[in-house]
Ligand binder design. Sequence first.
Ligand SMILES: Nc1ncnc2c1ncn2[C@@H]1O[C@H](COP(=O)(O)OP(=O)(O)OP(=O)(O)O)[C@@H](O)[C@H]1O
Length: 606
Amino acid sequence: MSRVDLHTTTTSAVGPGSPRSDVNRPWAPWVIAAATLVVVLALGYTLPAYWLLISTSVLVAMMSLLGLGIVTGTAGMIALCQLSFAAIGGWVLDFLMTQTGLYDALGGMAFIVAMLVGGVAAAVLGFVVGLPALRLRGVNLAVVTLGVAAALDMTLQKVSFPDQWSNVRVARPFGIPGASDLSGNRYYFFFVAVVVVVVALGIFFLQRGRWGAGWRSVAFSERGTASSGTSVTTAKLSAFTVSAFVGGIAGGLMVGQVTTANYITFQTLNSLGLYVLAIAVGAHFIEMTLVGALLFVLIPELLKQFKVPLEWSSIAFALLGIQALTTNSNLGADIRRLIIRRKRRRGQGGAELTLSSLEPIGAPVPQAASNVLLVVEDLSVQFGAVAALSSVSVDVREGEILGLIGPNGAGKSTFIDALSGFLPHHTGSISIEGLALDRMAPNRIARAGLRRTFQQDRVPSTMTVGTYMSFVAGRGVDRAEVEEVATFFGCPPLATPLQLVDVGTRRLIEVAANVAAKPRLLLLDEPAAGLSHEEHLAFADRLRAVPERFGVTLLIVEHDLDLVRSVCANLVVLNFGQVLAVGATEAVMSDPAVLKAYMGESEMIS
Ligand SMILES: Nc1ncnc2c1ncn2[C@@H]1O[C@H](COP(=O)(O)OP(=O)(O)OP(=O)(O)O)[C@@H](O)[C@H]1O
């Protein structure tokens, strides 16, 4: 079947708004934002004065959780100092509003400018706190961020806020009256709601874009992130910086609420409580930050009503945290899973395209062109006493699918790791089209045109098929191209959440995403593991068409020798880290030395 046939038979049902697209309902966030503001307006005119104050506190806590959700939920790192960022934002706002001529110069706008400057100051601290996160994970990162929170806590107690001991009050924005005035509190509630909605929209679009995909990817696999051309450093630091900026804005809003600042608001214990709530509700889901904020404000409030000491709220937060950590889930994810399951039961989504249901293309085994694309010379990798690779030299020619085979432990994955930049201490040289890759970072190698897939699952389950594929394919590849490649490989609809996709199909999606990136050379590490027999045949049929159709040369490591035979014109055999044989597939497979190396597997070869 020709390329055109494939196109006409499989892409006809595809288009914006179709089940294969995951960019449906672009109006939804705007409608939700507008509806939220209407509810806020209604609450502002109906709530009694006391509950108006409580509601403002809920919104401010929601802001803190929005920021925290980026680092903890989306990017999967631990940050126990969210209120330290708020303290910086609050301190800067307080200083600018009470100790400088900003208010005289800008009047009603001064608060907003001071709040933004406070956010930027907090973002700088966030960047600095993010630096250790480049090397530390888990408990170690927790200790560092807790240290930052404690240090700032103590510093604030010593130096205090600029207006803490004076009678100067912070002027609210747009001339809104102070904290003792009911209408002032009402208008300030509206102001906070608008800021929260604007920030939530900003975070929503960031989460949905490349930055968000980078954060989610880094949470799942740093190696996977790097090999898709994204810098792990940038992803982690941007998560901390954006999170701290939002935290700083929250701090400014807190100061504006009471028109003065006190270090007690920003204590370490409160940061810990926020963190626990962030992981318990899943603060990376924007709507769940409201649930978290309600708990954060209402639990101590309830204890106060029942005259229980406020310290007991820490115990309530600790119980929530234990529940979240032991179940390794959160409320937001549980609710989403439930909704997805119900939709599936109702059979929404229509008939799906699958790899084995595709019409065969029937392309011949691709032949190598005369020009050499990749040159590997004398590549050696040592792991302690183990020589995983010894002086391996391999050429990959343009347009071919080169097979790399060998018994278990022969060094195949090590070879791919070294080529893709994950083993910088190798010796020898690697170059692609004359460009030396030896000392390049993995993300730069990916951008230079050499990509790879992994033997283990590196596809984040927190994305949809479409978001993941677009992220891996990179900026230069538009939705239509992603859609075309997904269809070519029989991937599930782009709107499908990856958590619903089995591991074998996830790896197929990983291959498709990397093909969509159109690298010069793609290294596939056991791509067919997890596929059924029919899928193997269909996969081989698709792979054979890849070099000509997408201009991507392939090197494939695979234990299924039937698959290798059906797609590769040439093979390289590794054994004990050395090249045992190179040449045309059939000749290599009947080489006695190769048969001997495989021993028990010789039946499969012959
Ligand atoms: N990180 C490591 N530390 C120590 N030894 C390692 C490491 N990674 C690989 N090795 C060793 O290097 C050798 C080559 O391993 P490698 O995983 O590259 O083989 P392989 O051909 O890919 O095997 P398989 O087909 O089982 O995946 C093996 O002896 C392995 O035990």
